[in-house]
Design a protein around this ligand. Sequence first.
Ligand code: MRU
Length: 362
Amino acid sequence: MSELNQSGPFPTVSWIGDASSGFLRMIDQTRLPGECVEIDCLDTAAVWGAIKRLSVRGAPAIGVAAAYGAVVGARGRGTDDPATVRTSLKETSAYLQTSRPTAVNLFWALGRMEEAADAAGDVSGPELVDRLLAEAHAIAEEDRAMCRAIGRHGADLLATGDGVLTHCNAGGLATADYGTALAVIFTAHEQGKGVHVFADETRPLLQGARLTAWELQNRGVPVTLICDNMAAQVMKEGKIQKVVVGADRIAANGDAANKIGTYGVALLARAHGVPFYVAAPSSTFDLSLADGSGIPIEERDPLEITEGFGRRTAPEGVAVYNPAFDVTPAELITGIITERGVVQPVDAETVRALLGDSRATR
Ligand code: MRU
């Protein structure tokens, strides 16, 4: 574990060393903002645990971490025999897919790793592992490029002086770098648009307070933290001109799963006439699902609600329901900002027109 310089930019997920003996290094996001430390994952159990407990979180970052985790797993039983590497990769992929169910980027990235192994053909075991690491690097690099493009497309939608509400964390910590929803805000800020962000705290795990406020402060973007239940009042006071959030999985008709509470924010935005945008790369679309009803919603430990951050705040024995995500219906979404442009209005036809069949979904 190592301490990082807090002024960033910071590598959310990185690979240290070569394919045969290297390992995955990540910021432990559970420790932010108090401590900025990195953890090293030397085996697949460590990668699985880091995803499960949200040391690495945010849909694209989970995908990148899983891709590097696949490299670690593929060489787990040695690299002398390429058939053994392929079997280990398949087992690793199946195992990592059980870590979290909602963000489709996890399944997409692991699918790409398996396809890369298939495409490698008749190569030696060490060469196969080299190819897998190259594919993981490509996934990370593409994510960085997609985030920058999302930032460019989305910044055009923000006007000078806008108050922008965001929910959860869709920043550099949630991606390989720069973010999706926060990329839009960072880019607008860099263009001198003078935007002001209202960050929802995001109960129960406080990604908005701990991570979004921290990232925005680090980049010098004006930010005001509010509790989730204050958004209606802040909108009514006229302080919010746009909402921009990320997504974990977007169905073919544009229904978008994101952190629990997003759907409520979308309803509030509609009630107050505030445009509501979702920012996400094409790797977050799941075109195999006609609508959002088929998106699996992760349920998490009740202790996150009753004993968040170590202090009991509810009576022993109380029943708790803790869904980690909700689905915002397409009709509440003004536009989906992708690396290829903005889907607007949002429906099956416009999603298909922008994304076509150009990416496999699983
Ligand atoms: O449970 P988390 O922290 O992984 O949830 C993250 C979100 O809901 C993000 O908004 C989403 O993954 C988009 S990240 C670019």
